[in-house]
Ligand binder design. Structure first.
Ligand SMILES: Cc1cc2nc3c(=O)[nH]c(=O)nc-3n(C[C@H](O)[C@H](O)[C@H](O)COP(=O)(O)OP(=O)(O)OC[C@H]3O[C@@H](n4cnc5c(N)ncnc54)[C@H](O)[C@@H]3O)c2cc1C
Length: 310
C-alpha cells in the first residue's frame, strides 16, 4: 500500500481531522465534486440528467459506526422514507446501506430487524436492497445478515471485496444462494495477513472473481452480478469476456460512483450495459471522502486547488 494511501486511510479514522475538515469551506467545495448535496432531495435531483444517459441510481446516506440505538433506528426510518420518495418521484433508484449504520455494533438483532424491514418494504415497492461491506471484522456478520434477510426476501444483494483473501471462498458459498453480488476492490485499511497488499494482485483477483460471477452456474442460480469499479482496464476485460461467452450487453451490470469517470459511465450505458451511479448524501461525509482521496491521491490536488481559490 502506498504511503499517501496509508496516510489518507489512517486520517479517515481521525475524529480530530473530521472536526477540522468539516468546518472548512474549501474542503466542502472539494467534496461537492463527489456529492451533489447533503439531502435526499439533492441526491434525487441528479436523476433526470443521469436518466437522459440511460443511467439509474443507487442512493446511500453517509454514516457508519453508529453507537446509539435511537440513531440507528432513525437511519432505518430515513431509508424507509427514501423508498417511498423514490416510488413517489418515479426515479430508477435503489438503496445501499451500511450494517454499522443500522446498529450492527450495538446489537446485531436490531440491525437484522432493520434490514428485514427495509428489504420487505423494498420488495413491496419493486425495489432492491444493497448491503455494503465494511472493515474485515464485519464480513462474517454482514454475510450472515445477508443470508438471514435473503431467507425471507429475494431482492437483496451484498458487496464483496476483491482485496480480501477470503472473498473467493465467500463467493463460492454465495453463488448457489442466488444473492445479488456487487464486486468491488475494497476501500479500507486491511493488514497483509488477510488482504492483498499489492494493487496488481487485487486487480487480478477482481478479474478472476468477475469471471466467476459471470459463469453459467451463477446465471442459472439467479445471481445478479454487479461490477463496482472505475478501472478502465478491468471494465474493458469484463465487457469483452461477457461478449465472448455470449451474454447480452444488458446482463453485464456496472455501478460507479457519482462524479467519477462520467464519460466511462456514459460509454457503458451507450453500449447497452446496465449502469447505475451510487450517489452519496448526508452530513457525515468525512471518512467516506478520505477513502475516495485514498483511491486516487491525485485528487488531493483538487482540495489544494479549492484552498487556493478560497
Ligand atoms: C458502486 C460502488 C460501491 C462500492 N461499495 C463499497 C463497499 O460496500 N465496500 C467497500 O469496501 N468499497 C466499496 N466501494 C469502493 C471500492 O472498494 C473502491 O475503493 C473504489 O471503487 C475504487 O476502486 P476502483 O475499482 O475504482 O479502482 P482503482 O484501482 O482505485 O482505480 C482505477 C481507476 O479508476 C479511477 N478512479 C478510481 N477512484 C477514483 C477517484 N476517487 N477519483 C477519480 N478517479 C478514480 C482512476 O482512473 C483510477 O486509475 C464501492 C465502489 C463502487 C463504485
Amino acid at each position: 500500500m502506498g504511503l499517501m494511501r496509508s496516510l489518507l486511510l489512517a486520517g479517515s479514522e481521525s475524529r480530530w481531522l473530521r472536526t477540522q475538515a468539516t468546518r472548512r469551506a474549501f474542503v466542502r467545495r472539494a467534496v461537492s465534486r463527489f456529492m451533489p448535496g447533503e439531502s435526499l432531495e439533492d441526491a434525487l435531483g441528479t436523476a433526470p440528467a443521469l436518466k437522459e444517459d440511460g443511467i439509474g441510481l443507487v442512493l446511500t446516506r453517509l454514516g457508519e459506526s453508529v453507537s446509539d440505538a435511537a440513531e440507528a433506528d432513525a437511519v432505518a426510518a430515513h431509508y424507509l422514507d427514501a423508498l417511498e420518495r423514490i416510488r413517489a418521484t418515479n426515479v430508477a433508484a435503489e438503496i445501499s446501506v451500511k450494517p454499522t449504520q443500522l446498529g450492527l455494533d450495538i446489537e446485531p438483532e436490531r440491525c437484522l430487524a432493520h434490514l428485514r424491514a427495509l428489504a420487505g418494504r423494498a420488495a413491496a415497492l419493486g425495489n432492491f436492497l444493497w448491503i455494503d461491506m465494511e472493515q474485515s471484522r464485519y464480513v462474517d456478520a454482514t454475510l450472515d445478515l445477508t443470508r438471514r434477510v435473503r431467507a425471507e426476501h429475494a431482492n437483496v444483494g451484498v458487496c464483496v471485496q476483491a482485496y480480501l483473501f477470503r472473498t473467493a471462498p465467500d463467493v463460492e458459498r454465495l453463488l448457489p444462494t442466488g444473492a445479488g453480488i456487487r464486486l468491488v476492490k475494497g476501500a479500507y485499511r486491511e493488514p497483509p495477513e488477510i488482504a492483498f497488499p499489492r494493487k496488481r494482485d487485487v486487480d487480478a483477483n477482481y478479474l478472476a472473481l468477475a469471471y466467476r460471477l459471470l459463469a453459467d452456474d451463477a446465471r442459472k442460480a439467479g445471481v445478479r452480478a454487479v461490477f463496482g469499479t472505475h478501472d478502465p482496464r478491468i471494465l474493458r476485460a469484463i465487457v469483452d469476456h461477457a461478449a465472448a461467452i455470449g451474454r447480452p450487453a444488458r446482463a453485464a451490470e456496472f455501478h460507479l460512483l457519482y462524479g467519477i469517470q462520467r464519460a466511462q459511465q456514459q460509454r457503458l450505458a451507450r453500449a447497452g450495459h446496465t449502469v447505475r451511479v451510487l450517489v452519496s448524501y448526508g452530513s457525515y461525509w468525512f471518512p467516506w471522502y478520505m477513502r475516495r482521496l485514498a483511491e486516487r491521491p491525485a485528487n488531493v490536488l483538487f482540495v489544494a486547488r479549492s484552498l487556493v481559490r478560497s
